[in-house]
Write a protein that binds this ligand. Structure first.
Ligand SMILES: NC(=O)c1ccc[n+]([C@@H]2O[C@H](COP(=O)([O-])OP(=O)(O)OC[C@H]3O[C@@H](n4cnc5c(N)ncnc54)[C@H](OP(=O)(O)O)[C@@H]3O)[C@@H](O)[C@H]2O)c1
Length: 271
């Protein structure tokens, strides 16, 4: 039986994957903030499938919460076959958490960095491990401000979004260098998906996402079909996809130096 861990598994595409994997006979660990959403989701599972779903409640914009959940996963599991990183809370403005850190940087990158590095040995224990990181690939190579990762100066949604996407593409280089058997995929949907659009965004963005999402958005169950195909036949190495289509990885002048610098900066910021 595969063990599948899904952050942001209580809603949107994460929940669609939870439904699929419970139906496919996998053990599924669902991470999110809302126990009520999890209970509803588990209620849709039939027969013994509900017994294979486990909930770990956590606010992943908190470093301490990430560490707690990762410790719990390490204590409870010897192997993780599939790690899906899909937690999302879109903030158009800069927001500092009670830990004094920029919320979007922690949720969209530091959390993923902690999961991928902190669970590396459990992924290594799987025969065909895969990490699916739902960070849209293709951000420009120079999108990271190494001297100000939390964008204390000149924060914009576009800069924050591009930086975390680029960082998540580079994270794959670190992950597959340390574990050549690992498949690491940065994946974005081919078009807008009709999800919960959780976040604190301006009226225009909320209206656009809601109206356009309802009219033209893809249902999460349909949107995740390409992810399921990738999970069922993982290809070792680093790859990028939009929907079912493979995309070229963006390469910078020295990506190895860039990920080393990024990892050192993040590790340094966490001590
Ligand atoms: N929808 C799209 O069109 C689209 C386009 C491009 C990329 N993506 C990416 O695809 C992924 C899934 O997106 P989605 O739209 O399907 O998501 P969604 O419906 O907005 O759901 C977000 C999930 O993240 C969880 N979450 C939010 N804040 C959290 C926090 N602080 N700590 C822990 N969990 C938290 C939510 O659970 P709780 O409510 O239980 O906390 C929920 O399960 C994301 O990475 C997103 O960036 C989506």
């Amino acid at each position: 039986m595969r063990t599948v861990v899904i952050t942001g598994g209580t809603d949107g595409m994460g929940a669609a994957l939870v439904r699929h994997h419970l139906g496919a006979g996998d053990r599924v660990v669902v991470i999110g903030r809302s126990r009520a959403k999890f209970d509803t989701l588990r209620g849709t599972a039939t027969g013994e499938a509900a017994g294979r779903a486990e909930f770990l409640g956590a606010d992943l914009s908190s470093v301490a919460e990430n560490r707690r959940v990762i410790e719990r996963l390490r204590a409870d599991h010897e192997r993780i076959d599939v790690l899906v990183l899909a937690a999302s809370f879109i903030r158009q403005r800069r927001h500092v958490t009670l830990e004094g850190r920029e919320a979007s940087w922690v949720l969209f990158f530091v959390s993923k960095y902690l999961f991928v590095t902190g669970l590396a040995d459990l992924l290594r224990a799987a025969e065909r491990p895969i990490v699916v990181n739902t960070a849209v690939p293709g951000a420009r190579a120079g999108a990271i401000d190494f001297d100000d990762l939390e964008l204390s100066r000149g924060f914009t949604f576009a800069r924050s979004n591009a930086q975390q996407r680029r960082a998540n593409e580079l994270l794959g280089l670190l992950a597959v260098t340390r574990n050549p058997d690992l498949a690491y995929v940065t994946w974005g949907p081919a078009r807008l998906v009709r999800s919960s659009f959780a976040g604190e965004v301006g009226f225009a963005m909320k209206l656009g996402a809601t109206v356009f999402g309802r009219l033209a958005g893809q249902h999460p169950d349909a949107a995740v079909a390409p992810i399921i195909a990738l999970i069922d036949d993982p290809v070792p190495g680093r790859n990028a996809y939009r929907g079912p289509k493979r995309r070229p990885l963006v390469t910078g002048p020295d990506d190895r130096a860039a990920i080393t610098r990024l990892a050192e900066a993040v590790d340094g910021s966490l001590v």
